[in-house]
Ligand binder design. Structure first.
Ligand code: PLP
Length: 484
């Protein structure tokens, strides 16, 4: 029998106190207007300080987190984030810097931003980066506004459409729509890649931008990407590469060599920041030389070893965010890149790819890969409910929790039925991968002998199957909310 966690209010004992607050020297009733005064005392739990600490520590331990569990969430890159980077991000000199301070008082922050930009240029071959966007999706919007400004500067006003792949991350079509463009979705071929012929057929004088995720959301490299880039440019459009999962490419491919005009990074995925639940993030956007004049302002410029902020440029799309961007996240990315040399960065990509392929090969007899060939940083496997006595991907994901593993991303990409999208990342050991593989195989065996056990999982957690839609639509996160 699973015991429901008690709410703090249920642990309340009348009169119990953590700290005793001294009465105010001037009671509020003396100076607050009548209507602002409370009619009833607040309904707060009465607990000792120690009980409060225990309560929240217990709750935190019910979470699945990177610090406690393998977390193979495909497309999200949940990997170990070095603690040293946290210490660096917390340095007073950075956290206490005021954005409006004169630039001579901000030299350290500006130098960090400038050096980070140089490193991102080196990794990609692109001409310049803006560090402003606060997330991958905001980076996409920035890139789309850049493309829009570029076409307008050429007085080409016909370009009202953006092409995206049907395997694209959901943010791509959303950002395109937000940028004011019509979205044209291009179907993938049977090999899980964007179909070159379909792209060629869809390109035209109306095409502003082609947005592709590389590697794509099936974890596959787009093998015709150079031909696609050529076709895009011949049509007068620009090529946007979604580089959110750059740990698959780092040191192996330079997007500028492919012909990318615009690319965003997810610093919080590839370059270490603990993320999840929507933040914090940074989505720097890099551009080829012809788009540099349109980049957001301000830009950090180096002059004889001093760093200044360039705050005006005739063609700039303006600001995407206040100040320089999400400095604490950028700092972690900077520390991460500085603590690896070029060989080590390439090794990160190679290990991420190796780990994903290891899992794919070890499981593909029971959970066939959607496309059975070497993948990049993640593999997309499938559950076969017909073969597994009605057990579906959702059931496998829930049962994994009982085995002590965070579930992979499921039912994404949308073009793969019963998808399990597994990204082990480069930071996991062989032993962890073997344990995960063993759990997946054990779940398969359970499905064959006792499918109901899998279909009713999880059995060992404080809550069973929640109404996920309701949880997302009507979250009750406030204190005092009742749990059904
Ligand atoms: C995560 C991700 C995004 C969106 O990034 P956010 O920082 O969550 O906005 C875009 N594209 C791909 C491929 C991603 O994996």
């Amino acid at each position: 029998m699973i015991q429901r966690e008690k709410l703090s209010i249920e642990k309340s004992v009348p009169g119990r106190r953590g700290v005793r607050v001294l009465p105010a020297s001037r009671p509020a009733a003396d100076w607050l207007p009548e209507r602002a005064l409370r009619q009833h005392p607040p309904r707060l739990p009465e607990m000792s300080e120690f009980d409060v600490v225990r309560h929240y520590t217990r709750l935190s331990r019910l979470n699945f987190s990177l610090d406690t569990h393998f977390y193979p969430l495909g497309s999200c890159t949940m990997k170990y984030n070095p603690r040293a980077n946290e210490a660096i991000a917390a340095l007073d000199g950075f956290t206490a810097a005021h954005p409006s301070a004169p630039t001579r008082a901000l030299q350290g922050t500006l130098e960090m931003a400038w050096r980070l930009e140089q490193m991102l240029c080196e990794l990609t071959g692109l001409a310049a980066f803006t560090l402003q966007p606060a997330a991958g999706a905001q980076g996409e919007l920035t890139g789309i506004l850049l493309a829009s400004a570029w076409h307008r500067s050429r007085r080409d006003h016909r370009r009202t459409e953006i092409l995206v792949a049907d395997s694209s991350h959901g943010t791509n079509p959303a950002s395109a729509t937000m940028g004011g463009f019509a979205v044209n979705t291009v179907a993938s071929g049977a090999d899980g890649r964007v179909n070159l012929a379909a792209i060629r057929a869809a390109l035209g004088p109306q095409t502003a931008l082609v947005m592709l995720t590389v590697p794509n959301t099936l974890g596959l490299f787009e093998t015709t990407i150079c031909e696609i880039a050529q076709a895009v440019h011949e049509a007068g459009a620009l090529l946007y590469l979604d580089g959110a999962n750059y740990n698959a490419l780092m040191g192996l491919v330079r997007p500028a060599d492919i012909g990318a005009d615009i690319l965003h990074f997810n610093v919080h995925k590839s370059f270490s920041t603990p993320h999840g639940g929507g933040g914090p993030g940074a989505g720097p956007v890099g551009v080829a030389a012809h788009l540099v004049p349109f980049l957001p302002l301000p830009r950090v410029i180096e002059k004889n070893g001093r760093y200044i902020l360039k705050s005006s440029a005739r063609k700039s799309i303006g600001r995407m965010r206040t100040c320089l961007g999400n400095v604490a996240v950028l700092l972690r990315g900077y520390a991460y890149l500085r603590s690896h040399d070029a060989v080590a960065l390439r090794g990160i990509a190679e290990d991420a790819i190796l780990n994903a392929n290891y899992v794919r090969v070890k499981l593909s007899d029971l959970y066939p890969a959607a496309i059975d060939e070497p993948c990049m940083h993640e593999c997309v496997l499938q559950t076969n409910p017909e073969q597994m006595r009605g057990v579906k991907t959702l059931d496998v994901a829930k049962r994994l929790l009982d085995y002590g593993f965070h579930a992979p991303t499921i039912y994404f990409p949308l073009i793969v039925p019963e998808a399990l999208m597994i990204e082990p990342t480069e930071t996991e050991s062989r032993e962890t991968l073997d344990a995960f593989v063993a759990a997946m195989r054990a779940i398969h065996a359970e499905a064959m002998t006792d499918p109901e056990q899998v279909q009713t999982a999880p059995h060992h957690l404080p809550v069973r199957r929640l109404d996920e839609l309701a949880a997302a639509r009507n979250p009750t996160v406030a204190w005092g909310a009742t749990i059904p």
